[in-house]
Design a protein. Sequence first.
Lengths: 588, 288
Amino acid sequence: MLDLAKSRWHPIAAAHDLPLRHVFHGQLLGREFAVWRADDGYVNIWENRCLHRGVRLSIGINDGRELKCQYHGWRYSNRTAGCTYIPAHPADAPARTITNRTFAAVERYGLVWSAEEPQGEVPEVAGFAEGELLALRAIPVNAPADVVAARLTGYRFQPSGYIDGSAAKVAVEASNAFSVALRSSEADASTLAVFFVQPVDSNRSVIRGVLDGEVEGAARLAVLRHHNELLSRLRVAVEAEAAREPAPAPLEPIIERVSPELAEMPEETTHGRKATIRVQVARKWPAADGIAGFELRPIKGLLPTFQPGAHIDVHLPNGLIRQYSITNGPGESDSYVIGVKLERDSKGGSTCLHETVREGDVLAISEPRNNFPLRRDALQTLFIAGGIGITPLLAMAQALNNQSLNHELHYFAQNEAQLAFPEKTSTLGASLKPHLGLTPEQTGAQLREILSGYGPDKHVYLCGPGPMLEAARSIAAEMGWPETAVHFEYFKNTNVIDDSTSFEVALARSCMTLTVPAGKTILEVMRDAGIDMPSSCEQGACGTCLATVIEGEPDHQDVYLNDAERKSGTKIMTCVSRAKSARLVLDL
Amino acid sequence: MSIAALCSDRVLLNDWHVIADLTNLSAHEPFQTRLLGVDLTVYCRGRYNKEVVRNDTGALVNATKRYGFLWACLGKPERDIVFVPEAEEEDRYLLTGGSIAVKVSGLRTVENFLDMGHFPFVHTGWLGEEPHTEVAPYKVELTAADELVATECKFYQPVASPTAKEGFVVDYIYKVIRPYTVALYKSNPVQKERLDVITLFVQPVDEENCVAHPFLCYLKDGSDEAGIRNFMQLIFAQDKPILENQLPRRLPLDPRAETPIRADAVAVLYRRWLRDKSVTYGAIPARM
């Protein structure tokens, strides 16, 4: 019978068990749940253990957007249960697939419902009107659910409108192993009561009763007390009955194993430029002068977990593929919000989004990828955004703001009307520092001021137009900022790519040697040879197609690597960079 | 599997385990404890003699005293009690740190003792503090003596020890000596070139319960015994509620049961080392 129970919906909590920022410990068929409501109202039902060391998440911290494990501070996102941050490795983006097990959640009749492998819908109760019901106090009982349900068919109570009477007639309207519907009538008063029996474990249950009709004030208290007393009496009787039988063995829920690649600290997964997700433009609006905001909602299921700094590839109706940073704050996981600046003289990506794509349109996007990860172990973090460069930094600033970590967001723009996403930036309070209408010289002076006073445990993140980034990077270097503390992301690579050379590439792990002719990239030649290599912008800006160099001298033509990384000669962006030596050996 | 399942791991049955802090034993009242699922009674016969008796058979159990603890071996002792060289040094306090019962497998307790990543979250303001959360790469190796040693461990600690006056980056060495015995060496805040040593003898009460018996060898310079004990108990009291909320309570040896990160290099090797030694008591064995 308990096998059948797996496919059915059961109540596991009352809606009022999930007050603001609380984590509720639930249980169904021996399996523990951490149940929490995010500030946006979404109810999360998760396996009650952190994937890292098995610590119960029901003792974790609900910050309204994410759930944080008490043991090592791992953060899991609202909705997706994907891990967004691992404090022990602040410079790494967590592998996207570290995702806790989630269970279905539906709120109905003042109760929260879940199921291990749900089939069909939450039971429909004829005569129950949502919002006009009274949920009774949950009564735990040490007895199997079917024994409790059988006993409930004999439950006798007064209708809510005639609570002081004693002659009510009670009829069983329906019953099965997990619920009993009873109607009590006396004089002209009549109340429908449905009792759902939650099978907590083989020998433990919770009775969750719901009455039709709202009752207010003192009458409500009298009704609650009436059922409390009667149900408590029933509990004593059921427990005495159950104690006569040998207790069944407790259920042992199977805890799923993590995927094999998570058993080792994983390398980034390899895949080509694939758009595996379909989203609908739920909203398109002017986010600032010349900048359109797009809210992208999944057609089905949940969007993958993203981390601040992550971007997606958007496959456009005109065949172009463009990269946009996700601007969302932590826990805002029901859609991705991107900002697109209109660039009339470009190849037509932004024009297409501005002029052709409308609300309701479906777009194909890639999974989010994070090549611009945010450390959260700095004593102070500076964000310096130029124009549309605000987008990744906005996501980062919201993440630090949510954790009350010290940061400043310096936002350079021509004028106030060009400051994008005011509804998001306004939540940052005093940490937002706009710098408006500055000439290049004034911008330089301002950057000098912002970047003065480098100290250990300070980090700066830059995103904006190329010339501004160049200026900021050289000023930071002058002011004593080490390269490891200066993080940047270019929109695009404006270097003129020299692809006239020809050389050999040996792939050490694939045992393959390829010739890269003039006019073709390493990436293209590898793809032609059947090597599945991830890529995104394919112009040397985003960092997705990074490979490790074992031997040979790279000819760097990208804008992703910093000077130290270039000099080390151990990394190469395979989409634009080439070889100065006759041969390169890559760790692929 | 029932909690009182008996142990069949020879490596544990034929080893010595701490079963009591001698200062906790009374001449007037027999002391009840449990080792590897076997209930034991300790009787004090006169001032120095202790007798350890199995409650199930009434048989006498091998017992001896060392480092302020009473030790027992249920089988035939195959090797001596762990030798702690620092206990021979004149300028150290040798202290027992209080016997702390924890409702979790002793192997989980050992693994927690090897873990630096939790300092800022569990020992906030003492052994760690946000945002200093990074666990830098360290070295782990299996020695010729079949011990696991982690070296070059560094962590920023606001109050690293009972005598610390300010935060500093503390150097650690960890050593797993036996399945249920682990030691920690950390820089002394006064004599920074010397190391204080904590050896944690974990008593496997049964598969899902243990008692942690810390043995502290601290330099006397600038510290006092009560302060050292107090600090140890403060730190352990912070660990206990976390350990008691680990699911499952036994340590899973299947590499796919949990998700390790680079900071867990020593824990990953510890689990592998236990698998190689066929230690199953307190563990969930890996599927073949």
